[in-house]
Write a protein that binds this ligand. Structure first.
Ligand code: PNW
Length: 503
């Protein structure tokens, strides 16, 4: 069964005949209002994105590929973690996932049908270097060659992420991100991939979500959501003290910088590179210059470990002072590498870290609590604030002025089920994406260089410690049969992408 929209699915939902039949013709008042000066109607000009905006979807290797030990792939820390009893809900693993390794052609076709013009996927480091370093595995590279060719043939722009958490286990066994050698190995791997793919892949993201790599993997993080504490702890599942954790954080940004330099050295001259960071940021409670300034100050303070040093080439003095003996060990040369100039900054935008107001006292802002009744989406940690999609790029832009910005992830989980008519009516995701993209559109209208958005995710997949219990796709996947069914949100996406506007 090819994963295309069936004519029946489309016409039953979007066809005008069906609409007229179920809802009747537009009431006279609504028709008349179209000609009035303050008409609210089907005009979308005001919600249009700049020409060339990328309407993308995103995935990650471990979450979709499966084929965990095929064609010479080495094990990653996620293979180890998911094979450890008790780590993943229901004992799920990514061994098969959604079998994208074998079904990539069908998946590219489905994305094309969903109106996607850019696809962010990640490359599995242990497929290319089974031991992390040393001899590359040609069969692993071949998979990505085939995928990229398929995307190009479908006119979908490939955006490749080099690290989406699946560190080769062989490197973990030698200290993982606690060792500086891992940063060096990542640089070499990035250069190798750029050398072989940059004739077709023009955009590379180095590392996905530095805080998850470092903090969530090496200590665990806690959030307060609706009055409850939510704890997240992912592979390799270590619990480090502050000093070693700061060193892991440092090695992650060093790896990023070494990858940027390797891509410049080995890739084609027109290759662009940047990080994909889950930018912690503050929302101003009220949009006045003093509260916005407070949100800027807070956002800068929230980014002292990762984006700050990457974009400024130095650690914040107050951070180093406060860390004291736990501060990372680093050299001036390393800071130059970390601050390597970037072509763009990718940001995953899900939740604000803080809601702030201005304060006369240091540090110049005051966090106000989120109400226990503040709404959330289906994931335990997912506080709902569509405004993020405006404030994250705006604050990133005003603090660091990157050349270009991409929203590399934006989406939500939902309790999706297949209805009797075969459709998946993900009303909450539809609401979420539409509202979020209104705020992205505002950012572009104000001149913020936001060039594209990648919905997380193209299809349901292995949601890390939640296993297959939390669905993020705009296409539904039956995990037994691997059948793909684009959801209602995919139909919305297709129409919005076609009109390059929020609809
Ligand atoms: C991201 N939070 O993880 C990852 O990049 C994806 O692989 C993942 O599937 C997706 O978002 C959905 O979870 C996040 O607590 C995990 O704010 C946690 C948070 C944000 C992103």
């Amino acid at each position: 069964m090819p994963a295309r929209f069936t004519r029946r699915q489309f016409s039953s939902l979007t066809g005008s005949a069906a609409l007229a039949a179920s809802n009747g013709p537009l009431p006279a008042a609504a028709q008349a209002s179209r000609t009035e000066p303050h008409a609210v109607g089907p005009k979308t000009e005001a919600r249009t994105f700049p020409p060339g905006f990328y309407w993308g979807v995103a995935t990650a290797a471990y979450q979709i590929e499966g084929a965990w030990d095929e064609d010479g792939k080495g094990p990653s820390i996620w293979d180890t973690f998911s094979h450890t009893p008790g780590k993943i809900r229901n004992g799920d693993t990514g061994d098969v996932a959604v079998d994208h390794y074998h079904r990539y052609k069908e998946d590219v076709r489905m994305m094309k049908d969903m109106g996607v013009n850019a696809y962010r996927f990640s490359i599995s480091w242990p497929r290319i270097f089974p031991n992390g370093v040393g001899q590359p595995n040609q069969k692993g590279l071949d998979f990505y060659n085939r995928l990229v060719d398929e995307l190009k043939a479908a006119d979908i722009e490939p955006f490749a992420t080099l690290y989406h958490w699946d560190l080769p286990q062989a490197l973990q066994d030698k200290g993982g991100w606690q060792s500086r050698d891992t940063s060096q190995a990542f640089g070499a791997y990035a250069g190798y991939v750029a050398e072989h793919l940059s004739d077709r892949v023009k955009h590379f993201f180095t590392i996905n979500e530095f805080q998850q790599l470092a903090d969530t993997g090496h200590r665990g993080v806690e959030l307060r959501i609706q009055g409850k504490t939510v704890r997240l702890h992912i592979a390799p599942g270590l619990t480090l003290e502050e000093g070693p954790l700061n060193q892991v954080r440092h090695h992650a940004i060093l790896a990023h910088g070494l990858a940027v330099q390797a891509i410049r050295a080995k890739g084609r001259p027109d290759t662009k590179v940047g990080p994909a960071e889950n930018i912690p940021h503050a929302l101003p409670a009220i949009e006045t210059s003093e509260h916005v300034k407070a949100a800027e100050t807070a956002t800068r303070a929230l980014n002292v470990h990762f984006l700050g040093p990457m974009l400024e080439g130095r650690y914040d003095d107050a951070y180093l002072k406060a860390a004291g003996k736990d501060a990372p060990k680093f050299t001036d040369d390393e800071m130059k590498v970390i601050g390597s100039p970037l072509d763009f900054v990718g940001i995953n935008v899900y939740i604000p870290s803080l809601l702030v107001v201005a304060s006369d006292r240091p540090p110049g802002y005051r966090a106000v609590p989120f109400n226990d009744s503040h709404p959330k989406m289906f994931s335990s940690w997912h506080r709902l604030d569509p405004e993020c999609q405006y404030w994250a790029p705006r604050l990133l832009n005003s603090i660091w002025k990157p050349k270009e910005i991409y929203i590399t992830e934006n989406g939500c989980a939902a309790s999706d089920v297949v209805a009797a008519d075969g459709n998946v009516y993900d009303s909450d995701r539809l609401m979420y994406l539409r509202n979020g993209m209104m705020h992205q559109q505002r950012a572009t209208a104000e001149g913020i260089p936001l060039k594209g958005n990648f919905v997380w995710s193209a299809m349901d997949n292995f949601e890390w410690t939640d296993g297959y219990g939390t669905r993020f796709g705009i296409a539904y996947v039956d995990f037994e049969t691997q059948k793909r069914t684009p959801k209602l949100s995919a139909q919305w996406f297709r129409e919005a992408a076609r009109r390059n506007a929020v609809v």
